[in-house]
Write a protein that binds this ligand. Structure first.
Ligand code: SF4
Length: 142
């Protein structure tokens, strides 16, 4: 359950309170893929991802169902690490917790990819692409 919560936190947008004065200037930083957590080695350079209930068995040079975790030379890497596809500052009233601090801003950040396929997905433009297919979309960021 803890792994699922962590995954959902990473894949779906995570939102927290935002103060424009404290937010650093955004810059496009190229970061190499980071070795993932929650996986194990299998024979013949296969890996088994254990982050979510799909538990994908991934061959070398392949990705899991979510397209965010890739087997590179027998190690599993998180392609989403430090690669957001959308960054945005919104009125908190647009968020599910609009009643928390009325009149304040909320900062949202999301990465591409998702491990589920809801037919009613409101974020399909980013949930159905891989991290390397995404274009950083930043709005209202200094
Ligand atoms: S869908 Fe992604 S997170 Fe879930 S087990 Fe497969 S590779 Fe891991």
């Amino acid at each position: 359950m803890k792994k699922i919560k962590l995954f959902l936190l990473l894949v779906f947008s995570s939102t927290w309170l935002f103060s424009q004065e404290k937010f650093p200037k955004y810059s496009d930083v190229q970061v190499p893929p980071k070795e993932a957590q929650f996986w194990e080695k299998l024979p013949n350079s296969f890996v088994k991802c254990e982050l979510c209930p799909w538990r994908c068995t991934i061959a070398p040079k392949q990705r899991g169902l979510c397209r965010t975790r890739e087997n590179i030379n027998g190690k599993l890497y998180a392609l989403t690490y430090a690669r957001p596809c959308t960054i945005n500052v919104d009125p908190i009233e647009k968020k599910p917790f609009f009643h928390v601090l009325p009149g304040k801003n909320a900062f949202s950040i999301a990465v591409a990819g998702c491990n589920v396929g809801c037919k009613f997905c409101q974020n399909w433009q980013i949930s159905k692409i891989a991290p390397d297919e995404s274009i950083i979309n930043k709005q209202n960021i200094p």
